[in-house]
Design a protein around this ligand. Structure first.
Ligand SMILES: [Zn+2]
Ligand SMILES: [Zn+2]
Length: 259
C-alpha cells in the first residue's frame, strides 16, 4: 500500500483569506482552515512532494516532513511553487539537490522566475535550495522517477500548461480548466482521484463542484477528493450536498491506495 496526504486544500489565497469577515474564514472547524494546495506521497519508503507552495514551511512543520526524496511539480503559479526556497534546508543538511519532475514549460518558467537557484554550482557552499530537474519529454505518457513508474498528462488553466500525475491507482489533477478527451485514457485505472474544484459558481480558471463530479464520474474513480477549495464552501455542509463518492478533502487527511 502507498498513501497520499493532503498538505493543503485551499484556493490560492488560503483560508482564512486575509481580512475576510465571512463565516467560513471565521469557522472554528479545522476542516475549514485550508493551506495552499499541496500533497505528500509515501511510496516504497519514499516521500514525494506534490507542489511546494507558499505554506510549505508550515506544512512541513505541522505534518512532520523532515526530508523529501523528490518533487512532482504541477505548474509554476505562485500558489504551487512559492515555497521552493524553503527546500534549502534539505540541501544544507543532506548536500543533495531535490529531484524534481516537471514539464518542459514548467522548467522554462521555473528557471526564469527562480534564476538564482540555477546560477550556483550544486556544491556544499551553495546557499540556496537546489533542484535536479527531470524534464518530461511528452504531453502524456509514463516515465521513471526515483525508481517508480509515474504516469503524467497535460491540461490547461488559461494559458498555463499544467501536469497531472498518476502513480499506481492514484491520480492528482489540480488547476484544470480545459482538457482534451484523451485525458480519460491517461487516467484509466484510477481508483483514488484528487481533483481541483473551486466553488459552486463558474470560474474562468477552475472546475465548479458540478463539473468536478462529472469529470470524476468520467474517470470512473471509486473515490474522489476535491482540493483547491475557496472560502465559499463550508466543509460539513458541502460534503452533505456532494455525492458520497466525491467529497471535499481537508488539510492533513491521509488516503491509502494500491500501486
Ligand atoms: Zn472568507
Ligand atoms: Zn492553483
Amino acid at each position: 500500500m502507498a498513501s497520499f496526504q493532503f498538505l493543503g486544500t485551499g484556493a490560492s489565497a488560503g483560508i482564512p483569506v486575509i481580512g475576510c469577515k465571512c463565516d467560513i474564514c471565521h469557522s472554528t472547524s479545522a476542516c475549514n482552515k485550508r493551506m495552499r494546495p499541496a500533497g505528500l506521497l509515501r511510496v516504497d519508503g519514499k516521500k514525494i512532494l506534490i507542489d511546494v507552495g507558499p505554506d510549505f514551511r508550515q506544512q512541513a512543520l505541522q505534518f512532520g516532513i523532515d526530508h523529501v526524496d523528490g518533487l512532482l511539480l504541477t505548474h509554476t503559479h505562485s500558489d504551487h511553487i512559492a515555497g521552493v526556497d524553503d527546500l534549502r534546508i534539505f540541501f544544507v543538511r543532506g548536500h543533495k539537490p531535490v529531484p524534481c519532475l516537471l514539464s518542459q514549460e514548467s522548467a522554462q518558467e521555473l528557471c526564469k522566475r527562480y534564476d538564482y537557484l540555477f546560477a550556483q554550482p550544486k556544491d556544499k557552499a551553495s546557499l540556496t535550495a537546489q533542484l535536479e530537474l527531470h524534464i518530461l519529454k511528452h504531453n502524456m505518457g509514463h516515465t521513471e522517477f526515483l525508481g517508480l513508474r509515474i504516469g503524467y498528462c497535460s491540461f490547461y488553466q488559461s494559458s498555463m500548461q499544467v501536469t497531472g500525475w498518476k502513480i499506481g491507482r492514484f491520480a492528482y489533477i489540480s488547476d484544470i480548466r480545459e482538457y482534451e478527451i484523451s485525458i480519460f485514457d491517461a487516467l484509466q485505472g484510477t481508483d483514488l482521484l484528487v481533483l481541483s474544484a473551486l466553488r459552486k459558481e463558474a470560474s474562468p480558471l477552475h472546475l465548479t463542484l458540478d463539473e468536478a463530479v462529472v469529470f470524476a464520474r468520467r474517470v470512473g474513480a471509486k473515490k474522489t477528493y476535491l482540493t483547491h477549495i475557496s472560502h465559499t464552501l463550508e466543509h460539513e455542509s458541502t460534503n452533505r450536498f456532494l455525492p458520497p463518492d466525491v467529497q471535499l478533502g481537508y488539510d492533513g487527511q491521509q488516503l491509502e491506495f494500491s500501486l
